[in-house]
Design a protein around this ligand. Structure first.
Ligand SMILES: Nc1nc2c(ncn2[C@@H]2O[C@H](COP(=O)(O)OP(=O)(O)OP(=O)(O)O)[C@@H](O)[C@H]2O)c(=O)[nH]1
Ligand SMILES: [Mg+2]
Length: 290
């Protein structure tokens, strides 16, 4: 494991509070939708989630599948399935059908409901907690399930600030929750993946290091994107040469023809944020097993 020297951390007060509130209200929850980002199936999984959720029945939902490298992400899907998870890949920007998710949820409730019916009681509504790191699409998923805008969403982390219950239909009620991380991002790769793929508030990031990390990841795994988007074939050992090349091409010049590196960093970070760069998955399963 890499020692984290990035100083990237994002753990505002509402995250600790959210964890506490979830723990206190866990007895109200029947099912959990654990939401992760398909571009980082490992880094975007809340570290101590098993401690928070105990043995609650779970469905693992990978969002932003339209932005991921499906070959790599499918390896993770298989890996999680082999470890007993029910896994669902979703593009929430499209009107992908959510009927599978609803059916799975009802199926999880079936055993308890059959018992209740045999005792002459009414069926129980599924009370579902939606949990995950910031900006993965928890609230978007809730709006999609509700069929209308019931909670706020936004293209930045930290949009949802409070827990709130939303009724979907007579069978399902959802609990939206603020994105949570953990107090110390334990290793450098996780920290950089979370930072690059928009789970951490930009204001607290070293934008230079994050942008250069993105360039290096593209160079390593997605060289064709590097060529197509930024017009460079490889990252030079001297990163300034590469930044100059990209900056000149993209018009990031200040007086005297000097490249403004901050502008280059912003272009790269915004390309990911706005989904211009697609087809990337930064977590590698093979490297886990090396
Ligand atoms: N391309 C793409 N964008 C998505 C998808 N799902 C969500 N988004 C976008 O991701 C951004 C974050 O969505 P939210 O639903 O606000 O995320 P959240 O998990 O509720 O975030 P917090 O409340 O900040 O923790 C929004 O800009 C969504 O439009 C998806 O499947 N594909
Ligand atoms: Mg939200």
């Amino acid at each position: 494991m890499n020692e984290n020297k990035t100083n990237i951390n994002y753990y505002p007060g509402h995250m600790a509070k959210t964890k506490r509130l979830i723990s206190e209200n866990l007895n109200l929850i029947d099912v959990v939708y654990e939401v992760i980002d398909a571009r980082m199936p490992k880094s975007s999984k809340i570290k101590d989630i098993d401690n928070i959720l105990k043995d609650k029945k779970r469905i693992l939902i990978m969002t932003k599948v339209d932005l991921c490298d499906i070959n790599e992400t499918n390896k993770w899907k298989k890996y999680y399935e082999e470890n007993g998870y029910i896994v669902l890949l979703l593009n929430l920007e499209l009107s992908d059908s959510l009927s599978y998710l609803i059916n799975m949820t009802n199926e999880i409730m079936e055993e308890e409901n059959n018992k209740r019916i045999s005792k002459g009681m009414n069926k129980k509504k599924a009370r579902v907690l939606v949990i995950g790191i910031p900006n993965v699409g928890k609230s978007t998923l809730i709006n999609r399930l509700a069929g209308k805008k019931v909670v706020n969403v936004g293209n930045k982390p930290g949009v949802t600030k409070n827990l709130s219950w939303i009724r979907v239909n007579s069978d399902i009620e959802l609990l939206d929750s603020p994105g949570i991380l953990w107090p110390k991002l334990e290793d450098e790769i996780t920290a950089f993946n979370l930072a690059s793929l928009t789970a951490i508030k930009e204001e607290v990031l070293p934008l230079d290091k994050v942008a250069i990390y993105i360039l290096n990841m593209l160079d390593k795994y997605y060289n064709e994107i590097l060529k197509k988007r930024y017009g460079v074939n490889n990252i030079d050992e001297d990163i300034e040469i590469t930044l100059d090349e990209i900056g000149k091409r993209r018009g990031c010049l200040v007086k005297g023809g000097i490249v403004d590196y901050d502008k280059v960093y912003n272009i790269i970070i915004n390309d990911i944020k706005n989904g211009v760069i697609k087809g990337i998955t930064f977590d590698r399963l093979e490297e886990e097993n090396e």
